[in-house]
Design a protein around this ligand. Structure first.
Ligand code: ZN
Length: 336
């Protein structure tokens, strides 16, 4: 990647330009958690969520229910569904200040965990209409403290996210040792020496700092490049009936132990003994405890699980067919 082309300088205070924040971060880095905090505390936001899996989960994990929310799923924003970005952004901008439409003061784009921010920036800054009507205020890259080092070692996508970010946010600091945190900070200072670093346990001041436009003036434009070829695939499973947590827990542990090609599991699941659904997360081989979600106004009681693999998803699909037919047989399944 190079940074040798500059976008034209434009006034930061142009009232016709809608501020936009891009949230990046590898699979499982905590983007949705941060998004929820930003929605609670920051300017009113419209949200565009891009998910790699064909069955969208993240929109179900957004606590705020009365915001303009759009989803681009079934592919990554930096490649497979990139062409859809400009029209969606055009529509959001046209809805800004439209009488009767929900009010918002900025747009937050949550990219898929495998996306490089370059093509997103390219669309925002190079498309003439979009660049006149949007102001790219912040590119935030998230890193989950306990696993960020190994993810940076293994995934070029994660390195690109850090390289293009103008702010870094370290999440899950409570799950990391002081040594892990220190090593990560040293690593980030090498990869992105001038980029401010914030940590998830910092309070609202850090959140506000994420939302503040940096005085960096013209933004470097990435060079147009070939579409990246991510090595990731996904398997989405939808379960029509609630499941017992001990059974699902056991299956997820077995799946994780047997399939090191899994880089991420996420889901919204209805359990037999709870009215409200729970969020399920696993990343870097670790299954997190389920997180209760608030009951939704409209709820279909359908559980959704997405498994993202590095490399082929076939072995995992076969394993579900052969080892967990009770789940698989009743489910709607979408390999991707
Ligand atoms: Zn991509």
């Amino acid at each position: 990647m190079t940074r040798d082309v500059l976008s034209p300088s434009r006034s930061l205070s142009n009232p016709d330009r809608l501020p936009v924040m891009v949230l990046t971060g590898f699979l499982g880095s905590g983007k949705t958690t941060l998004l929820n905090r930003l929605l609670r505390s920051g300017p009113r936001s419209a949200v565009l969520i891009n998910e790699f899996g064909s069955v969208p989960i993240d929109q179900k994990l957004i606590n705020e229910q009365n915001i303009p929310l759009m989803t681009l799923s079934g592919g990554c924003l930096c490649c497979q569904v990139r062409g859809a970005l400009a029209p969606v952004l055009r529509n959001i901008r046209l809805a800004w200040h439209r009488p009767g439409a929900p009010a918002f003061d900025r747009v937050i784009i949550e990219t898929s965990g495998v996306a490089s921010p370059e093509p997103v920036m390219d669309t925002l800054l190079r498309d003439r209409w979009l660049s006149r009507n949007y102001r790219l205020d912040a590119i935030v890259a998230l890193l989950a403290a306990p696993v960020a080092e190994s993810i940076l070692d293994r995934h070029a996508e994660a390195q690109a996210q850090v390289a293009w970010a103008d702010r870094l946010w370290i999440s899950q600091t409570d799950l990391a040792t002081p040594t892990q945190l220190e090593r990560l900070r040293v690593r980030l200072e090498q990869l992105a020496p001038a980029t401010p670093i914030f940590q998830s346990e910092q309070g609202d001041a850090a959140l506000a700092a994420l939302s503040r436009p940096l005085p960096h003036g013209p933004r470097p434009l990435p060079e147009s490049r070939e579409q990246p070829d991510h090595p990731f695939h996904s398997l989405a499973i939808q379960l029509p009936a609630p499941v017992a947590w001990p059974d699902l827990h056991q299956i997820l542990l077995e799946v994780l132990a047997a399939h090191d090609e899994i880089v991420r599991i996420k889901g919204m699941v209805h359990l037999t003994d709870q009215f409200a659904p729970v969020a399920i997360h696993a990343a870097a081989g670790h299954l997190f405890p389920p997180v209760p979600l608030s009951p939704r106004v409209i709820e279909d009681r359908l559980s959704r699980l997405v498994f993202i693999t590095e490399g082929s998803v076939q072995r995992l699909t076969d394993a579900f067919i052969n080892r967990w037919p009770a789940i698989y047989g009743n489910a709607r399944v979408h390999p991707h």
